[in-house]
Design a protein around this ligand. Structure first.
Ligand SMILES: Cc1cc2nc3c(=O)[nH]c(=O)nc-3n(C[C@H](O)[C@H](O)[C@H](O)COP(=O)(O)O)c2cc1C
Length: 195
């Protein structure tokens, strides 16, 4: 019996106009599409205008309409990769807002990171903080990651300047993510998650 592909949601965490995040995300998406064990969905935060006043249990119709597009896509996902820049030693507020508006959709699923920052730290501080956020949401973050430093200079045209090294990191990340995704697919099917 063939194993159905892992449904991977790529969340683009930077949403500035012509952002480095979107260039890196487009390149990463191309890399994922070379791997038949994944089925990719790409989510841009700008497509989900959710209030920054925080999640509400009784949202108005406009918010319900937005959630009606985000919730099914996150629910169907079996794994996530978040592309995030580092802003002031953390991750973007818009990304946290999007994460906070969802809850069980993240649970018992693996999360990987593609990170970038202006400094040599390459966004590591943003990701270490994101790991805590996802731990609270009962997701499992994976160790391997793809990192870029130098901000906009990390990319040249539509790809990373150091393509070869980045591709090796992508392979390691996707290999680890595939393992966790399949293990947790079976785990979720076999065992109820403790309430
Ligand atoms: C408001 C703001 C704060 C930033 N703070 C940091 C930072 O603390 N550390 C860092 O390495 N880079 C920092 N940067 C640089 C960005 O992380 C870097 O240029 C990134 O590639 C920008 O991604 P984007 O175009 O998707 O926003 C900051 C950029 C902005 C706009």
């Amino acid at each position: 019996m063939t194993t159905p592909p892992v449904r991977l949601a790529l969340i683009v965490g930077g949403e500035r106009e012509q952002s480095t995040s979107s260039t890196i995300a487009r390149w990463f998406a191309q890399e994922v599409r070379t791997r038949p064990e994944f089925e990719l969905d790409v989510l841009y935060l700008s497509d989900f205008p959710l209030p920054t006043s925080g999640p509400s249990w009784q949202p108005g119709q406009a918010v319900r309409d937005v959630l009606a597009t985000s919730v099914p896509r996150l629910t169907e996902a079996e794994a996530f990769v978040v592309v995030t820049p580092e802003y002031n030693r953390s991750f973007p507020a818009a990304l946290k807002n999007f994460i906070d508006w969802h809850l069980s959709e993240w649970r018992a699923k693996p999360v990987g990171f593609v990170l970038h920052g202006g400094g040599i730290g390459a966004g590591l501080r943003a990701v270490e903080q994101l790991r805590m956020v996802f731990e609270d949401l009962r997701s499992g973050t994976v160790r391997e990651w793809v990192t870029f430093h130098g901000g906009a200079t990390a990319v040249e045209g539509d790809r990373p300047r150091d393509d070869a090294d980045a591709k090796l990191a992508v392979t390691a990340l996707l290999d680890e993510l595939a393992w966790w995704s399949l293990a947790l697919r079976h785990g979720r099917a076999a065992l109820a998650y403790p309430a």
